[in-house]
Design a protein around this ligand. Sequence first.
Ligand SMILES: Cc1ncc(COP(=O)(O)O)c(C=O)c1O
Length: 404
Amino acid sequence: MNFPIEAHVNVRAIASSLIREVANAGLGKRDVLPFWFGEPDEVTPQFIRDAATEALDRGETFYTHNYGLPALREALASYVSRLHHAVSADEILVTSSGMSALMLASQALVGRGDRVVAVTPLWPNITSAPRLMGAEIVRVALELRAAADGNPQWSLDLDRLLAALTPATRALYLNAPNNPTGWMIDAAGQQAVLEHCRRHGIWIVADDAYERLYYPETADRQGSLVCAPSFLDLAERDERVLATNTFSKSWLMTGWRLGWLVAPRLLVPEIAKLIEFNTSSAPAFVQYAGLEAVRHGEPVIAHTLARFRRARDFLIGRLRAINGVQAASPPGAMYAFFRIEGMADSLAFCKRMVVEAGLGLAPGAAFGPEGEGFVRWCFAADEQRLADGIERLRHGLRILRGTD
Ligand SMILES: Cc1ncc(COP(=O)(O)O)c(C=O)c1O
């Protein structure tokens, strides 16, 4: 009777969060400016909160259908159809967060030994989901190159990605705009990837969490809503494309845990079975809040987009003015992911920044080995706070370089 007490090997293989490790290093320290987590800094708008409390007052406290409230699925179908190609409610499932949508996609599509390709560096949860199911992850790294204007820019070598997508590949996981780099795949790249995956029967799991946090220099689609290109623009109905999304970022709803996915119709009842075993459904009153957000939330997105664009430009400008910092201006999402010359251990660096400068950043290594040498800064914050953070970074760098 001396059996080891241990979780399944797939669980043990997952590392705990390096961002948390940095945050823990700052525990007990009161004056820390935290930019480490990926979270908008504003509270959920009042009209969305009101919808939840009204739903509770009406007694919306019961299970809903595994698929989600019919009204919410309809509203999401018309929202997605406004942004991308036409989808119907029977292609939509409501999930208890974007993370849950990613986990459900992995449970539905991958199993032990399956080859899964991911474009990296990447928010680690995206690859952890298929790894928990036993998949082998093949990473294709973005590169930081000098753009025509001399500034660095993240880019993907498309040929390398296509070469990694062998016929034996089960799925491609692609997040664009990407967390942490903000990198965006262009429509031509998407078309090439889609055609290649079609030819070989490879699933595309597209994480569109930041599609509305997109800052094109010129609005690509005149008069329409700002939205990053998605595989949902190009894919045909019922092909091997599964898109996951979340209410967290667009409508400032991180703590509500609400998301959705768009899937081929034959897959929808299969994933609904999995929802039964995970959460059974998202909470009813949370779904009513989501309904209000989808129906009336465009001004929230417009406000957030304008704010974050200003914050991005401010932060990137300030970072580039620091000696030895290389920062690309991200076309989407809400992070600066920048290199600091001479910094080889991002975890140790971020811990020291918390302790010695009161600055909370996420270590690049948290996003995979390709992220080493970089740090991530979430710029969803007021300018004054960002300016204070920059002062702390300058101070911290002086201490580390011994010039203080
Ligand atoms: C790329 C990406 N996808 C999905 C999510 C999931 O968001 P949530 O689980 O809050 O819906 C996040 C959250 O940070 C993210 O960065």
